[in-house]
Ligand binder design. Structure first.
Ligand code: TYM
Length: 336
């Protein structure tokens, strides 16, 4: 990174359903930590959400719920900028320009599009296909330097770096866009489904039993963990022995992260035990971490006025930076 570049964090979360444990441990916990040491912009990415059809009433509700989730997890709207993407037009404007910088060959390599579009690729929206270019626009619109995300967004971040570089080269705008650095949790970069340890925990997974939502009650957490898939072997004493046991590894990873210890230490304490005992401890740890957040979300959800005020204040601040940067981009591209 250029020595004179001002550091700035940007990240986004889609308002497409309830925030879950994967969002929290993989991304939002990091958002909160970063807020203490850097300037941060956190965005409810509603333009991304509509790449798959959303019921308009549901979308409105989800934008506010996600904002409530941001605040309940510990984001401070006085310190960080919190807003929803569609309220700052610079995102769409820059996305179009970057659509013209990005290459079809680059898009065709995006694994998330292949997973989301599935077999019915011809029927996927064009928006879903160019979604990574919009994500690059989100980051570059603010000239952000650091982007906290879960491991599933790593490929999109690499694309954003390529786009920034190509824009700078094509327009001979040396260092105009900083090349953004991904910030991915080392200890737990991907929380996996509770039903299948080879798939990530996700909002779009049909079974509620595959994920822990931040608004789950103590009862629901206990039930979901009790039902979580494991195998018949006891807990081993070495991490290597978890190599072909994805569900076991996932639960042990979650427990270690939430209790702020290492998997090695957890295995030291738990080796030889069967999973039912371990699951009780895991449930207790999750209830202690998640339930206070869930309670705050539920309370905040009753105060739409407050949530709208947060978004309005964030939008105003975001717009100041966005307007300045998009103006400069237009000048560089040659628009009058
Ligand atoms: P989204 O809404 O799917 O997820 C929000 C954040 O949560 C992380 N995450 C996970 N981390 C670990 N384990 C999981 N199972 C898990 N599931 C989700 C995601 O990596 C993400 O950090 N395209 C993005 C949103 C976005 C964005 C951006 C992010 C739009 N523009 C610009 C950064 C910068 C997305 O769909 O995240």
């Amino acid at each position: 990174m250029n020595k004179n570049t001002k550091t700035l964090v940007f990240s986004g979360v889609q308002p497409t359903g309830n925030l879950h444990l994967g969002n929290y441990l993989g991304a939002m916990k990091n958002f909160v930590d970063l807020q203490k040491k850097m300037e941060c912009i956190y965005c409810v990415v509603d333009l991304h959400a509509i790449t798959v059809f959303q019921d308009p009433q549901e979308l409105k509700k989800n934008i506010l719920d996600t904002t409530a989730g941001f605040v309940a997890c510990g984001l401070d709207f006085k310190k960080s900028i919190i807003f929803n993407q569609s309220s700052v037009s610079g995102h769409s404007e820059l996305a179009w320009i970057l659509n013209c910088v990005s290459r079809v060959g680059w898009m065709n390599r995006m694994t998330q599009f292949k997973e989301k579009a599935g077999k019915n690729k011809e029927n996927a929206s064009v928006g879903l296909y160019v979604y990574p270019n919009l994500m690059a626009a989100d980051i570059l619109l603010y000239k952000a330097t650091h982007v906290p995300v879960g491991d599933d967004q790593k490929q999109h971040l690499e694309l954003a770096r390529d786009i920034a570089q190509k824009f700078n080269n094509d327009f001979k705008a040396n260092n105009f866009f900083p090349i953004p650095e991904p910030l991915i949790q080392k200890k737990l970069s991907r929380v996996m489904s509770l039903r299948d340890g080879t798939k990530k925990m996700s909002k779009s997974e049909e079974s509620d039993y595959s994920r822990i939502d931040l608004q789950d009650s103590e009862d629901e957490i206990n039930k979901k963990i009790k039902k979580a898939k494991t195998d018949s072997s006891p807990i081993p004493d070495k991490v290597e022995d978890l190599k072909n046991r994805p569900e076991a590894l996932n639960l042990l990873n979650i427990y270690s992260f939430v209790t702020n210890t290492t998997v090695e230490k957890t295995l030291e304490n738990m080796a030889g035990k069967d999973f039912s005992k371990f699951k009780n401890e895991l449930s207790d740890a999750l209830v202690a971490t998640i339930c206070p957040i869930g309670k705050k979300i539920k309370k905040l959800k009753n105060d739409n006025k407050y949530l709208l005020e947060i978004l309005r204040e964030g939008t105003n601040k975001a717009n100041v930076i966005a307007k300045k940067n998009i103006g400069k981009v237009k000048e560089i591209v040659g628009f009058i």
